[in-house]
Write a protein that binds this ligand. Structure first.
Ligand code: 5AD
Length: 478
């Protein structure tokens, strides 16, 4: 199917309902309309991919349901980044197998990164699984559903660099925030990371198409768009047609895309995740500094504060270069909110190397951080090159230490916000209190406040009066 996407001149692609594209329906005449429940694990990219899967399935006559009990097909869209992500899904599969014993017609599919990682080993571990579909195989989902028999499971695990799903319209949940995939795959080859092996090589979607998508999202009522990519700021689209790029050159980079998207009329906010520090170009920083609706929040994964560990991780920057980048960002965008990802206990990490991470976190003072113990993943470069030699208990101790440090810093930063006023985009009713709304600040901090006369989708100014561990609490000021 993907051959078809190659044949279409990329600059002319618009997102068509897929039945308008030749191929799919012809090879997969609908034998039975199914009710499909999609359960999503892992990152935002998976959330976005589930919307894509829903688009593909709906266009071929199936429908998605929001409760497992109503479904005759359940698709788990999975993650492979750490071992515990896979363990969680294996446990979920066991539960689903109980249901399948009662209801043998139930089709169970495993999609996404874990499917791509384990392939047929997944079927060995869970022989009752009917479909195993990797991230580049979703176009074949309707065909696979038709092909499912009681005999062999359907395996779709071919990675395909030409597959960008550019022609497919995702089905999004209603709300104020839409996720928009601008790039798939990853070429970075960090030694700890499974992503390049399960999501394949990097490919970017056409800038013109993405800007049109954002225009449509605004028309549909979305107020905020989050641009998504595995290393989102390495976005690069080469066009044969110079008219498709804002500068009339042959290619567009992330800064140009950010700038073009931020100019879409009516778009209140644009965010992006996750960038790679090595691709934090001036063009990206300029777009952030100069466009008021590009949020001043950067999730900038550090991974380690030790240059020698960063080298073993093949992160392509030193601790010094990262510090310089942070200094430059803070100079150009004074109120920038910085968040990060940290891995402790990577292969060979000494106490001294760990302490460099600790000190760097103490110096930089991130607003928040996702922190992980290193998890050895079969298939990665580190798995082949280095022993996973930091003891589990030691990984645990290091993790607890940086979590305690970060909690303290986050609380201090939040407390310093008391008395300040932030513009918040209203998202919905607070789960704990039906008289309050919640929303995010420009820096992506959850804020809770009495509704006053505001409505979902409004931008309101909230003066902060108190904080809890990860939330700002205040009142709307007029
Ligand atoms: N072990 C632990 N954490 C990992 N990450 C990626 N691969 C691994 C691994 N093997 C973390 C990184 C990355 C985030 C998405 O997950 O910090 O930025």
């Amino acid at each position: 199917m993907a051959i078809e996407a190659q044949n279409v001149e990329k600059s002319t692609i618009t997102r068509l309902p897929i039945y308008q594209k030749a191929g799919l329906q012809h090879t997969a005449a609908l034998s039975q309309a199914r009710k499909i429940y999609i359960e999503t694990y892992g990152c935002q990219m998976n959330v976005s991919d589930s919307e894509l899967m829903a688009g593909i399935l709906t266009q071929s006559g199936h429908r998605t349901v929001s409760h497992l009990d109503d479904a005759d097909v359940v698709l788990l869209n999975t993650c492979a980044i750490r071992e515990n992500a896979e363990t969680k899904v294996l446990n979920r599969l066991k539960q689903l197998n109980h249901r399948k014993r009662r209801d043998p017609e139930l089709i169970i599919g495993v999609c996404g990164c874990m499917a791509q990682h384990l392939r047929d080993r997944l079927v060995e571990a869970a022989p009752y699984v009917d479909l195993v579909m990797g991230p580049d195989a979703y176009r074949n989902l309707p065909m696979a559903l038709n092909a499912v028999t009681n005999r062999d499971p359907f395996l779709g695990v071919r990675l395909d660099k030409s597959e960008d799903y550019a022609d497919i319209a995702p089905i999004r949940k209603e709300g104020i925030r839409a996720w928009l995939t601008i790039q798939r795959g990853c070429d970075k080859m960090c030694t700890f990371c499974i992503v390049p092996f399960v999501r394949g090589r990097e490919r970017s979607l056409p800038l013109k198409l993405l800007v049109e998508d954002v225009e449509k999202l605004v028309e549909q009522g979305f107020k905020e768009v989050v641009l998504l990519g595995q290393t989102v700021n390495s976005y690069r689209y080469e066009s044969q047609n110079r008219e498709n790029t804002p500068t009339g050159t042959s290619g567009s980079d992330f800064g140009e895309l950010l700038h073009a998207v931020s100019n879409v009329n009516g778009l209140e906010r644009v965010r992006f995740t996750s960038p790679h520090p090595a691709d934090a170009t001036d063009s990206m920083i300029d777009a952030m500094a100069n466009s008021p609706n590009v949020c001043n929040h950067l999730h900038l994964p550090l991974q380690s504060g030790s240059t020698s560990v960063l080298e073993r991780m093949r992160r392509t920057y030193t601790a010094e270069e990262y510090r310089d980048l942070v200094a430059k960002l803070r100079e150009r965008i004074p109120n920038i909110v910085l968040t990060t990802d940290i891995i402790v206990g990577f292969c060979g990490e000494t106490e001294a190397e760990f302490m460099q991470t600790y000190e760097m976190m103490a110096d930089i003072r991130y607003d928040s951080a996702f922190m992980f113990k290193y998890s050895d993943r079969e298939g990665t470069l580190a798995h082949k090159a280095f022993p996973d030699d930091v003891q589990e208990t030691e990984k645990g101790r290091r993790l607890r230490e940086i979590i305690a440090l970060q909690e303290k810093i986050s609380a201090e930063i939040n407390d310093a916000a008391i008395g300040e006023t932030f513009t918040v985009l209203v998202e919905g009713e607070s789960r704990r209190d039906a008289n309050r709304y919640y929303g995010k600040t420009d820096g992506f901090k959850t804020t809770v406040f009495p509704m006053a006369n505001s409505a979902v989708g409004d931008m309101v100014d909230v003066c902060i009066e108190s904080t809890t561990a990860h939330t700002l609490i205040g009142q709307i000021v007029l």
